[in-house]
Write a protein that binds this ligand. Structure first.
Ligand SMILES: [Zn+2]
Length: 684
């Protein structure tokens, strides 16, 4: 034996002893021994801390990181000797029966250990550990693979016609046929080998497709004509205990060994994963000094900061001061996104009624790009997960994420709502109601015995618009229309109802404002032009950071805000009622009010939801209800949140006075229609 190998074996034993690995190994052996059953393969998972082992012996550390398959063989023989010396497993006969899986706890934080999925060339031939990360875009059902098998020589007199000489185990990147096949021959007598089927060991296998996070940029709003792109995925194998450790749409960091799988004439690069870790979304970062300065300047009122924020937002697309209500709701929806799992999330879906579809589309496109997960749904594909056949030759089912799941924790912008067929819209409605989607996988079609049903959460805000001109052209005007109500007969009332907010933008195209025309013309001549000073002071990147910061704030409802919301909700349910259908206000309205209030608090960079936040939420919802059902006794102005232009300090003061009057009016409304609710009425 090579002296270096002998030395490494000794160090392996020392490492196992010191790291507690030996204790775990003895425990695992005991389980096999107690079962009294004879297996073809005894499988052990050994956790390796690369820094500890490199400190103990650099050669061995290097060997594990760069030749993991050969290094596992060293562990294999050490473990075999240990089992035999200490009589740990009575049934074990040969060293070939031991299968060792080395799992590094981490890799050295050096560039050479990172496999960048978007970089070329892609080194998949070295068969060593790499760290990589990406987003799960498709996920297969769990199928079986052969972990290990026992073969026997068919030569009757050959000593290898019994015993455990020919044991084959799965190695990273190997296909099923590499482990079990019928053309193996005996090395002693050259007779064909035959598998002893009763010893076959099966494990779980799941095939996952991932993409580099940068690939999502292709699904953002940067280009309009995107029919010609294809997203390159890479295949990841999750085996045994790792199966089901990933969720579709999530971002993961993995450690694994790249391999090249031959499937007929096609070769696919894949990664055999040895550890999976969900990548935590970036926590609160920081906000630019200009925002901080603005916050301090506006501290005298709870309404001014967000008013200015909305007023100057997206000045790259529309002039400051235009579309303020819409821009405010966009910002509210942006800060109501949450990338974390297991958190009760708030959602705010927006439906914009407009005749300026081009400008609205630009504005929404611009806004989704501010989030890491802002997805513009390509109209040719599906919103929601779909099932297809796995392309790696297994024929099993694979679930494709599609836009809604890729937009997890972000925004899914689906464009013109009226461009979709009725069945798609009905499906959208049911998903918005339940925030889940269920996929049916017929067993027969995908080689399984039983049918399967998979329910997946849909954690994203949906944005869409409807062209009001097309709506009124295609349909004859409704016979009776209430004051303030829009003619939206193109969209079913139930679908309208599931969108949190319905917004009607202020500028119909027939009378485009002068600043807007000026903006469009200037931009057409020079798309890169900075037309306003605020675009430099508050850049797109500043808003990006601001939103990331604001959305991660944890906010709490104050009892005053809660009372106001509750009072309005109950009063509103009472006044918006007809004899036949009962109240037009669904229970989801209460949820939307709370979400909106929280969003306004986050946008104000505060942590406690105040009455002032609740008032903005109520005015926005009441405007939305007015569009759907006509005016109520509360009777809000058409642009309830921004009744006039914000040109200077004085107009901000005026707006504060106006909002205080609204508050007063709201209290009277609650007092009249929801008398049981106690609200603070100490105002003048
Ligand atoms: Zn033989």
């Amino acid at each position: 034996m090579h002296p270096e190998v002998q030395k490494m074996r000794e160090i392996v034993l020392i490492y196992l002893d010191r790291s507690g690995g030996l204790q775990k190994f003895v425990h695992d052996c005991k389980k096999y021994n107690d079962s009294k059953q004879s297996y073809a393969v005894y499988r052990f998972i050994i956790s390796i801390n690369p820094s500890d082992i490199a400190e103990l012996d650099a050669t061995l550390g290097n060997y594990i990181l760069h030749n993991p398959i050969q290094a596992a063989q060293i562990f294999q023989s050490v473990c075999f000797v240990a089992i035999k010396t200490l009589s740990l497993i009575e049934q074990l006969q040969t060293e070939a029966q031991i299968s060792i899986l080395l799992k590094p706890t981490h890799l050295p934080p050096l560039p050479s250990y990172i496999l960048n999925l978007s970089a070329f060339p892609f080194n998949y031939t070295s068969q060593r550990f790499y760290e990589s990360e990406g987003i799960v875009i498709a996920m297969g059902t769990i199928t079986k693979y052969t972990q290990g098998a026992r073969f026997l020589c068919t030569g009757e007199t050959c000593p290898f016609s019994e015993g455990f000489r020919y044991i084959r185990v799965h190695l990273p990147g190997a296909t099923e046929s590499a482990t079990v096949r019928n053309d193996f021959v005996c090395s002693l007598c050259s007779s064909p080998l035959q598998e002893d089927m009763k010893f076959r060991v099966l494990g779980d296998k799941q095939i996952v497709e991932m993409i580099d996070a940068k690939a999502l940029n292709a699904l953002k709003g940067y280009s309009n004509n995107k029919s010609h792109f294809r997203i390159q995925t890479f295949t990841v194998f999750l085996r045994d205990d790792l199966a089901n450790r990933m969720t579709i749409g999530n971002h993961y960091k993995i450690i694994g060994i790249p391999a090249c799988v031959q499937n007929g004439s096609q070769a696919t690069v894949c990664i055999e994963v040895s550890s999976v870790q969900q990548r935590k979304p970036n926590g609160p970062t920081f906000i630019s000094d200009n925002f901080k300065h603005l916050l301090s300047l506006t501290s005298s009122s709870c309404w001014r900061f967000t008013a200015i924020l909305a007023n100057i937002f997206a000045s790259q697309v529309v002039p400051p001061g235009t579309y303020n209500t819409l821009k405010l709701t966009i910002l509210l929806s942006l800060v109501l996104t949450c990338e974390k799992d297991n958190e009760i999330a708030d959602y705010l879906d927006l439906l914009i009624v407009t005749s300026d579809t081009l400008i609205i589309d630009r504005l929404l496109n611009y806004s989704i790009c501010l989030l890491p997960r802002g997805i513009r749904h390509p109209s040719s594909s599906e919103f929601f997960p779909a099932v297809s056949k796995d392309k790696h030759g297994t024929g099993s089912a694979s679930i494709q994420a599609c836009s809604a799941l890729l937009a997890k924790g972000g925004i899914c912008y689906i464009g013109d709502l009226s461009s979709y067929k009725k069945d798609k819209l009905e499906f959208l409605q049911s998903v918005l109601e339940s925030r889940t989607t269920t996929i049916f996988i017929p067993g027969k079609k995908y080689g399984e015995e039983a049918d399967q049903q998979v329910t997946l959460p849909v954690q994203t805000n949906f944005w869409s618009y409807v062209d009001v001109d097309a709506s009124s052209k295609k349909h004859t005007q409704r016979a009776s229309s209430l004051i303030g109500q829009m003619d939206l007969s193109l969209i079913s009332p139930n679908l309208l109802d599931v969108f949190g907010l319905l917004i009607y933008n202020e500028f119909p195209s027939c009378r485009l404002s002068f600043p807007l025309v000026h903006h469009i013309l200037k931009k057409a001549i020079n798309p890169e032009a900075m037309l306003y000073r605020v675009s430099q002071q508050f850049r797109t990147q500043d808003y990006e950071e601001f939103i990331l910061f604001a959305k991660n704030l944890h906010v709490e409802l104050s009892s005053e805000a809660e009372n106001l919301i509750q009072g309005y909700y109950l009063a509103s349910r009472r006044v918006r009622r007809d004899a036949i259908h009962g109240s037009k206000l669904s229970a989801s309205a209460l949820k939307i009010l709370i979400s909106l209030s929280k969003a306004h608090t986050k946008l104000s960079l505060r942590k406690k939801v105040l009455e002032e936040d609740a008032l903005i939420a109520i005015l926005l919802l009441e405007s939305s209800l007015t569009l759907k059902h006509g005016k109520s006794a509360l009777c809000v102005a058409p642009n309830a949140v921004f009744p006039f232009d914000l040109s200077d300090e004085n107009s901000l003061k005026q707006r504060d006075i106006y909002l205080m009057q609204c508050h007063h009016q709201l209290l009277k409304f609650i007092g009249a229609y929801s008398p049981g609710i106690h609200v603070n009425t100490t105002e003048e």
